[in-house]
Design a protein around this ligand. Structure first.
Ligand code: KG4
Ligand code: ZN
Length: 324
């Protein structure tokens, strides 16, 4: 990673095949896999970037939140290398990484303009952030129950599809009719920026139980559209409440969803919208942690290089500094 934008290499060792049939990640197994892969991945990343350790100015690593075993594999490797190579180390909040992902590969002339509304939608999160700079802002909405990625994953399980459910549902839905089945709109009467996805998942369960010979493509398409409609409904509310917003960013695994992107563009044609430039930058990756580290250096050097602890339950709101 160079200048917080230019990705010199981005190697991802996905444990997807290991967990495809488990319906989700098994923490112990994940950490064991990471121990096996971390050094080969680092080696490949340095080689692809044509980098020598002496050319590095710092090492960035995710310090939390997340699965403790996985975090410890990463931070232990980073701390060891930092000591060996005599480099400073920067501990990055996982969510700040996602928030920084739209800057990856972005041309220098194309500078996003704050205030920015970011929907961070992944397997663990559905959060709306309003930021006035990279590092300042606050959380204005989150989910009351399941995350939207989790709703994709659980829905996929109900439909007999593999993990992760998002891409599996999106693929099955391709030939289906999104209007075939009616799903309720969650929290319709409530003027809040919160989300709720558990009702949609339950609606899918009953639909599968009560509908004979239903076309699963139609069901997947209708379910996907319902999840997207709820996300878009809350985004529109947030934009109305905060007319100062100049851009809308979508990050996290679910931002890879093509139907969501199309529906959003249709619903908000005049809004400047950005997604991570590559699909691999939507799901978890190391480049976004490098981008976030660069923002930390630029905006708050004292914070960037401060000692840190690995923290499985690092508070979500601490991803940015409150401007309230
Ligand atoms: O950000 P991410 O890689 O990991 C977490 O921090 O959770 O997000 C993974 C989530 C999974 O729930 C997966 O089903 C979902 O993102 N996802 C998608 C798509 N690709 C991944 N959901 C909808 N459509 C997709 N194309
Ligand atoms: Zn993530």
């Amino acid at each position: 990673m160079q200048e917080g934008r230019d990705v010199l290499s981005c190697v991802i060792a996905s444990s997807q095949t290991v967990f495809e049939h488990a319906g989700g990640v098994i923490p112990e197994e994940a950490a064991r896999e990471q121990v096996r892969y971390i050094l080969p991945v680092l080696h490949q990343a340095m080689e692809e970037a044509k980098m020598e350790p002496r050319n590095l100015s710092a090492i960035a690593v995710t310090r939390g939140p997340g699965l403790l075993g996985s975090l410890l594999v990463g931070t232990t490797a980073a701390r060891t290398l930092a000591r060996m190579w005599r480099k400073p180390i920067i501990g990055v909040h996982h969510t700040l990484g996602h928030l920084s992902s739209p800057w990856l590969d972005l041309p220098q002339a194309d500078e996003p303009r704050f205030p920015i509304l970011t929907l961070s939608a992944s397997g663990g999160h559905t959060d709306l952030w309003l930021r006035t700079t990279h590092l300042t802002g606050h959380l204005i909405g989150r989910t009351r129950d399941d995350a939207v990625g989790e709703a994709f994953d659980k829905g996929a399980q109900l439909l007999g599809l593999p993990y992760p459910g998002g891409p599996a549902i999106a693929k099955l839905a391709e030939g289906g009719n999104p209007d075939a089945f009616a799903f309720p709109m969650p929290l319709k009467q409530e003027d809040t920026l919160e989300f709720s996805f558990s009702g949609l998942k339950t609606a899918l369960r009953y639909l599968l139980r009560d509908t004979e010979n239903a076309d699963h493509r139609d069901m997947a398409a209708s379910y996907q559209a319902a999840l997207c409609r709820h996300l878009i409904d809350r985004i529109i509310r947030a934009m109305k409440r905060h007319p100062e917003i100049r851009e809308l960013h979508l990050v996290g695994g679910v931002s890879a969803n093509a139907v969501l992107r199309t529906m959003l563009a249709d619903a908000l044609p005049s809004v400047r919208m950005r997604f991570p430039m590559k699909l691999t930058y939507c799901t978890d990756n190391a480049a976004m942690i490098g981008a976030a580290a660069q923002c930390m250096i630029t905006e708050r050097k004292d914070v960037a290089f401060a000692p840190f602890e690995t923290h499985a339950s690092l508070p979500l709101a601490s991803a940015v500094m409150s401007d309230e």
